[in-house]
Design a protein around this ligand. Structure first.
Ligand code: PSU
Ligand code: MN
Length: 301
């Protein structure tokens, strides 16, 4: 049986013509940013990928199908919809089978991209090991997905709301290459520098594409995580963010926020606590990641 995929006209034409395609997730639209900035950002990111010479494929679950590329009206509906499910590996088949509308996380988007023959995916930040995971066991399914699905994911590093050293340990144990782009240290989402040395460094898209291909030749399962620092003019430094992160984490704990709700709760509280500055930075870094992902997709072709 074939997977229930529906391609947008644009993605279908690109694949038939052998043009490079970049996958995009939809949880960032439904759970990562408020309306209307979520829709404006989704459109800008798609335009950035086209301007860089590739074709965007935003992925979401609607009408019992996996949509690979959303037509403009579908993107608009998703951006405005309330109560959209946040779908990871565990939920995606159930959601399709029962006709739920759902946004795909990094893990679910990797699964869908691979089914659709797309090798590169751009996002903002990946999920990771949450602080306090030693008692909560909260470790994002994104990490296990990177270990098994052969898609190169371009993100701006893991968010400082997570436990970045533990996230890096899990990735290393799982055999996931973490490649910092153009610098020796790992970026930390809103900030260019986490203070931690990155395991690997690449200075151009060609090397990342060559490594992706070499993993396939070696028969290694899983993808690569490219950690692309936010542009300098858009970054929020660690010392400015630290107190806001501490407060958001404290509120999540005292309010008993758990499971899937943790990441969206922390993102929206940090948005409020920084008076919207975190969103401006988030938009800049996603667009930056989209451009790098397009360059990698072009090299892979
Ligand atoms: N990082 C962001 N914005 C997001 C997410 C991460 O800057 O919206 C989303 C991604 O879809 C990611 C998910 O896959 O959160 C991770 O959620 P969890 O921690 O529940 O696995
Ligand atoms: Mn979780």
């Amino acid at each position: 049986m074939n997977a229930p995929l529906i391609f947008s006209a644009e993605v279908l034409a690109a694949q038939n013509a052998g043009q490079p395609v970049v996958a995009l997730e939809s949880t960032i639209i439904t759970h990562g940013m408020p309306y209307p900035q979520n829709m404006e950002t989704a459109r800008m990111v798609e335009a950035d990928i086209r301007a860089a010479g590739a074709v965007p494929a935003t992925i979401a679950i609607m009408d019992q199908h996996i949509h690979i590329g959303l037509e403009p009206d579908a993107l608009e509906r998703l951006a405005q919809a309330k109560n959209v499910a946040k779908l990871s590996r565990a939920d995606i088949a159930f959601a399709i089978a029962t006709g739920q509308t759902g946004a795909t996380t990094v893990a679910a988007t990797m699964i869908c991209a691979h089914l659709a023959g797309i090798q590169v995916f751009a996002t903002g930040g990946i999920g990771g090991v949450h602080r306090g995971a030693e008692t909560s066991f909260d470790i994002s399914a994104d990490l296990a997905e990177l270990a098994q699905t052969p898609v190169t994911v371009v993100a701006a590093g893991a968010k400082a709301i997570l436990d970045i050293p533990k996230t890096m340990e899990v990735l290393e144990t799982s055999g996931v290459p973490v490649i910092a782009f153009g610098q020796d240290t790992l970026p930390a989402f809103w900030s260019r520098d986490s203070g931690l040395k990155a395991p690997l460094r690449a200075d151009n898209a060609a090397d990342i594409a060559a490594s992706h291909k070499m993993r396939a030749r070696l028969g290694l399962p899983g993808g690569q995580l490219v950690a692309n620092p936010i542009p300098l003019e858009s970054e929020i430094t660690r010392d400015i963010l630290a107190p806001h992160i501490a407060q958001a984490l404290h509120e999540a704990e005292t309010q008993g926020v758990s499971a899937k709700d943790v990441t969206p709760f922390l993102l929206s509280r940090i948005f409020e606590l920084t008076n919207g500055d975190s969103l401006t930075a988030n938009i800049a870094l996603v667009r930056n990641n989209a451009r790098l992902a397009a360059a990698i997709a072009i090299e892979l072709n």
